[in-house]
Design a protein around this ligand. Structure first.
Ligand SMILES: [Zn+2]
Length: 286
């Protein structure tokens, strides 16, 4: 934003409109004798009015140069600026101040559109949990089948949960009999119809197809992310620490972890364990 106009470049900075004047008026910019001149050197106050004062290599004389000259004089005719310092404004935030959060939202938007996944990040679940689900949606977690594809030498690629099929991401999180019991529990607990996911992408988008208040949807999505996290953790415990597989323990972990995350991160202090254990979110969404 222009204060005294001495620290902002007239042609090449983005101070008037959405793009630099050099882009809007390229023919005039070619004629400019000093490309990096400041705003205060080209807009000069005369009798309380700011006027465009140019210094050209030669006078504009072609049709397009003259047209651009008329346009720039017209556009800048009602510009005015003050006497304080020139200063920065952060446009992604209504207050004009930079925040990490606004930058993070932009990065997420660009990143998800770049990757074409449309993955939604959820602020009630920890970053590590979001990150795992995001990688899962891209089929980029090191399942036994993924390792085998990368020529890692393995004794077996069979799923350690059911012992029946190869451990791909789709099998481990969607198709496996053990995991299906866990998802059935989640559906009953959250009072929704049983899941019919075909693959992991369906799973991470599941919350979008359930009707309910926004906070309810977000809480439900947190539960899905927590379940993905807990299944992966449980699978690692079984493979690397030879832990016994127990559905009840996994289910309890999903309920407890998601409660802690939603209660702390949503700042819903009215949410009690009693409400959460029956997925009664009336205190949050009313
Ligand atoms: Zn299995």
């Amino acid at each position: 934003m222009v204060g005294h106009g001495r620290d902002i470049q007239f042609w090449t900075a983005c101070w008037f409109g959405e793009e630099p004047l050099a882009n809007r008026f390229p023919n005039l910019f070619c004629l400019e004798s000093c490309k990096h001149v400041a705003v205060a050197d080209r807009l000069v106050e005369e009798n309380g009015v700011f006027r465009f004062r140019a210094r050209w290599k030669r006078r504009p004389n072609s049709t397009c140069e003259v047209r651009e000259l008329q346009e720039i004089a017209g556009a800048l005719s009602d510009v005015s600026f003050g006497t304080g310092q020139d200063y920065w404004v952060w446009k992604l935030n209504a207050s004009g101040s930079f925040t990490v959060n606004s930058m993070r939202r932009l990065v997420q938007k660009v990143r998800s559109s770049d990757l074409g996944t449309g993955f939604q990040w959820n602020s009630w679940a920890p970053i590590k949990v979001n990150f795992l689900a995001w990688r899962l949606s891209l089929d980029r977690i090191p399942t036994l089948m993924a390792l085998a594809r990368r020529q890692v030498n393995l004794e077996s690629t069979i799923c350690r949960f059911c012992g029946e099929m190869d451990e791909s991401a789709d099998h481990l999180f969607v198709g496996c009999g053990f995991t299906q019991v866990v998802w059935d529990f989640v559906a009953r607990w959250c009072n929704i119809r049983p899941f019919y996911a075909l693959d992991v992408k369906d799973l991470v988008n599941m919350h979008m197809h359930v009707n309910g208040p926004r906070k309810w949807q977000k809480a439900y999505y947190t539960v899905i992310l927590t379940t993905i996290w807990s299944i992966w953790k449980c699978r690692n415990e079984v493979i690397f620490n030879q832990k016994e597989l127990k559905t009840e323990r996994l289910i309890e972990e999903i309920r407890t972890l998601s409660y802690l995350w939603v209660r702390n991160r949503s700042k819903s202090l009215g949410l009690t364990w009693g409400n959460w254990s029956v997925f009664d979110l009336s205190c949050m969404v009313s």
